[in-house]
Design a protein around this ligand. Sequence first.
Ligand SMILES: Nc1nc2c(ncn2[C@@H]2O[C@H](COP(=O)(O)OP(=O)(O)OP(=O)(O)O)[C@@H](O)[C@H]2O)c(=O)[nH]1
Ligand SMILES: [Mg+2]
Length: 443
Amino acid sequence: MSMDKRLSDFREESTKAVLCAVLSSDKDEKETAVSLDELERLLETAGGELFAQLVQSRQAPDNATYLGRGKLEELGALCRENDVSLVVCDDELSPSQIKNMEDALEKTAEKEIRVIDRSMLILDIFARHAVSAEGKLQVELAQLRYSVPRLYGKGNEMSRLGGGIGTRGPGESKLERDRRHVQRRIHALEEQLTELVRSRSVRRARRENAGIFRVSIVGYTNAGKSTLLNRLTDAGVLAEDKLFATLDTTTRKFVLPSGREMLLTDTVGFIRRLPHHLIEAFRSTLEEAKYTDALLVVIDASDPECVSQLEVTEKLLYDLGITEKPILYVLNKCDKTAALPEELIARANRDRMVALSALDGRGVPRLVEELERLAAEGRRLFCLKIPTSEMGVLHRLYEASMVEDVEYFDGYARVIATLDEKTAGQLKKYLVLPNRPKDEEKN
Ligand SMILES: Nc1nc2c(ncn2[C@@H]2O[C@H](COP(=O)(O)OP(=O)(O)OP(=O)(O)O)[C@@H](O)[C@H]2O)c(=O)[nH]1
Ligand SMILES: [Mg+2]
């Protein structure tokens, strides 16, 4: 860790914040409370410190200032008297709402108060945690599209605010650029990203061709996905008690007891109300699970909100077009909870559920058994006729541990193999249809 980083961490620790939400008539009180508590976790992860939560009940958020006039004055006074310099609103704010709030707060508080929304806070954390070139590009793109128009409310004064919460990231220096340059920068980033994604899909295709069974580990942020990958494969992925610790996907080979190999991929976590711009910018990363054969949906069974977190996860998977994949539900953190919530068990598929602790390892052998079963399913026995001149195909089948039996004939080998559907599709021209293997041989 560089000195700079430590210094900025220190500075951020002193950022005291008030979290605000409007409890409008269409919102549920409990939902709002849960969302605010999560916002608090996000604030902590971003290095901020909670001073207070403030909820205003009103028909709808104010178009101009989000909170009502009176509440805003109350908030301004709170900021003035308690050294609060940051206000985070739980809903998405428009650029003008931010500007109006900042102006009004500055008057009452007699100092500059930064106003950001939930999306900007999440983007800030993403900016902090992005490691790969792709991750950084994705964050910067999302910031340029979402945060920058909101930060420009304060014009050139931006630079005075330094790298506080809501302005940090790979794009930090660029945030201060002239507005005219932003569009150009967005185009450049889009191009770079397209190029990166293209080369990544080449890599992906190579993996796919290996015909190895692939599983993605998905789930709500902080559920224990990285810990599970580490437990299974010694991947050494950073796992911490922070939201969005993982932004880059990591794939590791895992050898099942049968000797069958599979690829396990750790992915970026989900959260309720993930900003639309972030989903767009991170689409290629979020979609990683699309290119695997099955999903491990990890759930923090010890979290009181685990059922709604599973709902959010399933909804996001659906939105990303990841449907109809075999799912294995992993009810994690069993060491922390006495009993598994009935509602969770009902929602996860009973037959496809493993309760375990990625931390202490209990229940993991059962998961391995289930993975074995999952890897074996979806594969069927096929008979192939492979010309001697194309033995590379046979070699590939061996590598993927798919070969059951080989007999050599003049000019070709007859191979019995367990193929998954995709490999079977790729090798269509070699397949001998089950009802007429004899005929084929005679030809
Ligand atoms: N008690 C307990 N803690 C766990 C278990 N699994 C993970 N944790 C803890 O939960 C926290 C989050 O774990 P991660 O593996 O980083 O979670 P993740 O799902 O990868 O989170 P993101 O990458 O942020 O989406 C860490 O502090 C882990 O030590 C478990 O089985 N039991
Ligand atoms: Mg992780």
